[in-house]
Design a protein around this ligand. Structure first.
Ligand SMILES: [Zn+2]
Length: 257
């Protein structure tokens, strides 16, 4: 009963409180991310993130923070720690994609999958994880899961599942916001994906990584460096966050009644 209460109260957030969104513009400083011609991932992510912060600040339902406000290097661990220190409710990492096929295009949303922590460290495929790879491998041997208290493991597992479910819900709401202006992406089951990117797996709050589009697609790269389009994207993310908050407020009310 006590365990249930602890879990219940930590999951149910009072709807009167603003939703604190930690916006994480990917890369920065020496880590430029994907670069194609004039289009630099780190710069696009910072612009979109900054526009989004401005939108959220005008709405009393939200509080917004940025992991970086300038073109500076920041480790993936520092980004997550900052969000946890500030007790953010959501973590939203903003990126732009690159692919060998120039035809690849469109937005993608990633949330955590359910790999055990030790398998996560073996995930090497994604460029978004490069910076964290060596750190993760170093830390791998310092944690011994068998020493964990059983109840603690259950609580951690439930929290992790709750985070994953919430992250999936957030991804779906963001996708719905995108579909409002891009009906052609409807029914594309590949847009929401799961991957153990460091920032979405390690943050202790619901977390989604958005790949805004492909810099390797010339048309998309041109759009992504356009300030008007960057503002449009920030609007879409804001709409998605509104849909998510509505859903959370409704389910919190239902569980309190
Ligand atoms: Zn990236």
């Amino acid at each position: 009963m006590t365990l249930f209460f602890v879990l219940f109260s930590s999951f149910v957030q009072a709807s009167t409180q603003p939703l604190h969104v930690m916006i994480d513009p990917g890369h920065g400083g020496t880590d430029t991310g994907a670069v194609r011609g004039k289009a630099r991932e780190a710069e696009i992510a910072l612009k979109v993130g900054t526009y989004l912060k401005t939108l959220l600040e005008q709405d009393s339902n939200y509080q917004a923070s940025l992991t970086r406000t300038t073109d500076k290097s920041l480790s993936l661990q520092e980004r997550v720690e900052l969000a946890e220190e500030l007790k953010a409710d959501l973590f939203l990492s903003i990126h732009a994609n690159a692919a060998s096929d120039r035809r690849a295009r469109g937005v993608e949303f990633y949330f955590q999958n359910h790999l055990p922590a030790d398998e996560e460290t073996l995930f090497l495929a994604a460029t978004e994880n490069k910076v964290a790879k060596s750190n993760a491998l170093e830390n791998q041997n310092t944690q011994d899961p068998t020493k964990k208290n059983d109840v603690l493991s259950i609580v951690e597992d439930l929290k992790r599942t709750h985070r994953m479910v919430s992250s999936h819900k957030l991804s779906k709401k963001l996708l719905m916001a995108w579909e409002e202006t891009n009906p052609e992406i409807k029914n594309n089951s590949n847009i929401i994906r799961q991957a153990p990117f460091y920032v979405v797996s390690r943050a202790n709050m619901p977390s989604v990584l958005i790949e805004l589009g492909f810099l390797t697609n010339p048309k998309e790269a041109d759009r992504l460096i356009n300030p008007e389009y960057q503002k449009e994207i920030a609007q879409k993310i804001y709409r998605g966050l509104q849909k998510y908050k509505d859903l959370m407020d409704k389910s919190n009310l239902a569980s309190l009644n």
